[in-house]
Design a protein around this ligand. Structure first.
Ligand code: PHE
Length: 394
């Protein structure tokens, strides 16, 4: 855990003063978890947020955190919930395996949070979810798309679509728009998200008459993908599917172009980060990815959100993680309001009853599996900039 003042990727300070203050308060740990929690009923309502604020997926955690911060600031400014302010306790898992579980335990036993927000990456949500579930504390993931996350149990929710939908829409996109019949896959075996999305894509693409050729693998933090790309090149595919995160996807795009692979490369929401363009530059021409929202949408809810976010964060444009970070917090706050209580069981029940809540990423209804159903957008890169291509409804 690293509750620090961190320097964001856009170069200004993101103060995690609340987290630092809470941590330095150093109350003795105990373990009263088990049947959920009811707080003292006075003072701020404590919510734990775990995020990858540093490390290989720092872009995810920083964006998501800023969206969440904006939601907290808006709610507190409007008088809080149940007459109480929200206290967001944020912890950095440094994009490292193991940290999210440790943080979730601390949120529950020491901070006595009534609910938890996080994470972006499915693998890290899968670490914290069993701990929240066992303690009876509701957890809302903003943007983890692997189905297994909410399957952990009835206290685990998400406000985004899931990967069977994302895999299918990418398969349709490859066939219809890219006119691809033979697709190679290069996936990250160390990320449950990547393994899952590769599977859902493979199923949908072959069911639609397509063929998978030259399936290759890598692990997170790998830097050299030339052996896999050379094997893929030998298969002469029409396009290459890279269901991974932006750091590796950027390097893969750059090395593919160096090896003379000019076919389209495409991925899922894991590609979304300004860093992708910094890493791969012009190698990203003729690449595409699917994600949850576009700040260019004409929708009023999106416009209001983009305006408020830019006012708070130096004119930066919010990406999908920021929008979903904001939405996850607002859905949780709405549930606490409807629960009329900070009793974690009542909050869970209210979350489960979420219906047509107006999120930035669309009307949000949480189904019996605690997932949302939403449209996706396809983004391409043109002249070094992300560009909206189309919206795909479920
Ligand atoms: N969906 C990805 C996962 O489950 C995380 C992600 C969401 C990445 C949104 C970028 C944008 O791991």
């Amino acid at each position: 855990m690293k509750p620090l003042v961190i320097s964001s990727r856009r170069g200004f300070l993101l103060s995690l003063a609340v987290a630092a203050a809470v941590t330095s308060g150093c109350k003795p740990a105990d373990s009263s978890a088990g049947g959920g929690s009811v707080d003292a009923g006075t003072g701020p309502i404590k919510i734990g947020e775990y995020a990858s604020l540093t490390g290989s997926e720092a872009a995810f955690g920083q964006s998501s955190h800023r969206g969440t911060e904006l939601a907290v600031a808006e709610i507190n400014k409007a008088g809080g919930i149940l007459g109480r302010q929200i206290e967001l306790i944020t912890e950095d898992n440094q994009s490292k395996a193991g940290e999210s579980a440790t943080i979730a335990k601390k949120f529950i036993s020491r901070d006595k949070v009534v609910a938890v927000l996080g994470e972006v990456a499915s693998g890290r949500s899968l670490e914290a979810a069993p701990i929240c579930q066992a303690a009876g504390i509701p957890m809302v993931s903003p943007s983890s798309t692997n189905p297994k996350v909410t399957e952990v149990g009835d206290h685990i929710f998400r406000v985004c679509f899931i990967d069977p939908f994302q895999g299918k829409l990418l398969a349709d996109f490859a066939k219809r728009t890219l006119k691809a019949r033979r697709v190679a896959i290069l996936s990250d075996v160390s990320a449950p998200y990547s393994v899952g999305l590769a599977d859902f894509f493979r199923k949908a693409f072959t069911a639609g008459g397509g063929e998978i050729v030259g399936e290759q693998k890598y692990a997170s933090k790998d830097k050299d993908f030339r052996a896999q790309l050379t094997a893929i090149k030998a298969e002469n595919p029409d396009a290459i599917f890279v269901p991974g995160y932006y750091t590796e996807a950027g390097l893969i795009a750059a090395q593919a172009r160096q090896l003379g692979l000019t076919v389209p490369l495409f991925g899922g929401d894991g590609w979304e980060a300004p860093e992708l363009i910094q890493i791969a530059g012009s190698a990203l021409e003729n690449t595409y990815y699917s994600t949850h929202y576009s700040p260019e949408a004409a929708d009023n809810r999106v416009k209001e959100f983009v305006k408020a976010y830019q006012a708070k964060f130096n004119g930066d444009i919010p990406d999908a993680m920021a929008a979903l970070g904001y939405d996850s917090a607002m859905v949780l706050f709405d549930a606490i309001k409807r629960a009329g209580s900070t009793d974690s069981t009542k909050i869970r029940d209210a979350l489960a009853a979420t219906k047509d809540f107006p999120c930035v990423t669309g009307l949000t209804t949480l189904d019996a599996q605690r997932n949302a159903t939403k449209g996706a957008v396809i983004i391409t890169v043109k002249d070094g900039k992300f560009k909206y291509v189309e919206t795909i409804q479920p």
